[in-house]
Design a protein. Sequence first.
Length: 308
Amino acid sequence: MNQPKITIRNYQPADFHKYVLLQAQVEKAEPMGRCVSPQFIAAQLRRPKYRPGHDLFIAEIGEDIVGYMAVEAELPIRRVVLDCAVKPEHRGKGLATKLFTHAMNRIRELGVEAVHVNIKQDNMVAGKMLTGLGFRLVRQFLELGLDIGGVDGLGVHPAVAWRYLRPGQEDELTKLQNRAFAGMWGYNPNTVETITFRINQSTCSSRDIVLAYDEDKAVGCCWTGISCEEGIPSLRKGRIHMLGVDPNHRGKGIGRELMVVGLARLRNRGLRVAELTVDSKNKAAYALYQALGFEVQARTLWYEKLIS
């Protein structure tokens, strides 16, 4: 019996609806908390410095798109992050490896030093495949969750001076984030263009971002949002996307105060659960989240392949 012909090629605008359908099918089969609405995916394809025609590869059988691999270039830190998905019924046929082989041409064009891939800890098939392609395990991240309804004190005004982000403060927020996260593993310095793009998405507003102040200087930020369940924005789960404090103002309880404000923001929106992701080696952050009642829900693994 002849095997169906697999075509690997670059993404084209005409692929959009099939690409959305593929993402929805993969999310339904293996929930990862991704948003798969056409509006959200269309916005992601337009994000700054991303070129789908060069950075997104499609696996096609006949007229059916059965897999993809996206190349996310983070040139300031000389790495690429890969995102790959294959329909469950087409796994075990080497599709991911074929996609990776094609993506490597683009990766070499970008002149990066490393390729990173993030998978669930229990995805042993993907881990074995990555090892076979020359990747090695380099990091473990923790997925944490908290029942906001069971937390006391979220209605209390914190001691730190704070306010929501205002229009025109994108540059201030960008500089604060880059100071707060400088040197942390995997952090790619933000740009005003990227921050502005994220704020203007339909799933975000300026009131999702809280800034802490020392007089007139922003010294901390907490960026909240809504998680996705079954591919759409959740009615019960919120997310702490980012919590950061200027290195010169740490040790003063600002991070905890910002978390209180952020969690209160999520609860006031009617959400019952808060989620976040933390590097297992970031002991200070993990201790703060544990003190607030967050518990580990899952673990993800980062694999790395160095490019010679």
